[in-house]
Design a protein. Structure first.
Length: 162
């Protein structure tokens, strides 16, 4: 496996553009950060996209830099990346408020895109709308760095015993 990875890296580096090197660096940094934080239940998604979170009461805010790895072919943030940011924030909040022995998993996600994701970062702000014994419902808003809202999202989570 190491030999195959070394060959891939050599081939990639031989033909790499500046943007390719930036993306490769971000991927490798994400893996290293994941390895450093394994006991914190970090995820590849969170570390790959350099997500930084802030929890307060029953709300959470996650910020993520906009880099070439987040772009669609129009050089704006891919809608799936925005959805991933919101889902990560909502799932993180759901799991933070649940008691030990329970976990939340996404059962439904509905997103409306309002404006393109552009600038230096995007931010998700999420809160709990409903907290039942078997499900939770969340609301999330995504913004770009100039304060313009780029998406509105609602999501349902199943609560499972873990």
């Amino acid at each position: 496996m190491n030999e195959k990875i070394t060959q891939l890296l050599d081939e990639c580096l031989k033909n790499a553009s500046k943007e390719d090197l930036s993306v490769l660096s971000q991927v490798l940094e994400g893996i290293v950060n994941k390895q450093k934080h394994e006991k914190d239940q970090s995820s590849y998604i969170k570390d790959l996209f350099q997500m930084k979170h802030h929890f307060q009461d029953e709300e959470v805010e996650i910020t993520m830099p906009i880099t070439p790895i987040t772009f669609n072919h129009f050089s704006i943030v891919h809608g799936g990346i925005t959805a991933t940011l919101l889902d990560t924030a909502m799932g993180g909040l759901a799991n933070m408020v649940l008691p030990k022995g329970q976990k939340a998993v996404t059962s439904n996600l509905n997103i409306h895109y309002i404006a393109p994701g552009a600038g230096s970062f995007i931010k998700a702000k999420v809160k709990i709308i409903h907290r039942g014994s078997n499900t939770m419902v969340m609301e999330g808003l995504a913004y770009r760095d100039d304060g313009v809202q780029i998406a509105h999202c609602t999501s349902s989570f199943f609560i499972i015993k873990h």
